[in-house]
Design a binder for this molecule. Structure first.
Ligand SMILES: [Fe+2]
Length: 192
């Protein structure tokens, strides 16, 4: 029988394999990851129950990483109704995919770091759905757990370690935003 650990291992291994290339095909990586989540959604939701029930606020868990070429694979827990600040990903490419529950993702991009952010759109991700971004153009998004009752879980693949990044606050003179440096905290490893 396939367990949630097998599923997590498959998700991690596919992400590590794809990211051996400098510019991985993020659309097909998202499709492959999404197919596994669709297939194993029930096992993943049940197997990761502890992460959903911890009640410790927003948390990042490390599922895997490699130094060169850089890649990190994380699972994040989103409390009911939790909304992240608008944030960038330190210029890394990335994929964010729902494992359990549904997220709203509002995205902005800009031609260069000197230009104002432009709203790119709003997406809704159910289990197996992904959003992704390349290293260029500069990109940021804000994500919100659409459920008021349940913690949502997401899978994240980044082209390196996302230790330092920035959040953005809208200042009065729209469309300019104030950027604030942040450090990403990891709650612990997920062993599979
Ligand atoms: Fe993000």
């Amino acid at each position: 029988m396939r367990t949630y650990r097998h599923s997590l291992k498959s998700l991690r291994d596919i992400a590590l394999a794809y990211s051996l290339e400098k510019n991985p095909d993020l659309a097909s990586l998202s499709r492959e990851l999404g197919a596994i989540v669709h297939r194993d959604a029930k096992a993943l939701g049940d197997g990761l129950y502890d992460l959903r029930a911890r009640n410790r606020g927003f948390e990042r868990w490390l599922l895997g990483r490699r130094g060169r070429p850089g890649v990190s694979v994380l699972v994040m827990a989103w409390p009911p109704g939790y909304s992240s600040p608008s944030h960038d990903h330190a210029g890394l490419w990335g994929i964010e995919l729902s494992l359990y529950g549904a997220l709203e993702v509002e995205s902005w991009s800009r031609a260069t770091t000197n230009d104002p952010w432009q709203l790119r759109g709003r997406d809704w991700l159910g289990p197996g759905d992904a959003t992704w971004f390349d290293t260029d153009p500069p990109y940021m998004h804000r994500c919100r757990n659409l459920s008021r009752q349940e913690t949502a879980l997401t899978l994240h693949v980044y082209g390196g370690d996302l230790d330092d990044y920035a959040t953005y606050e809208q200042v009065e003179a729209e469309p300019y935003w104030l950027s604030l440096p942040q450090r990403a905290r990891i709650a612990g490893p997920i062993r599979v």
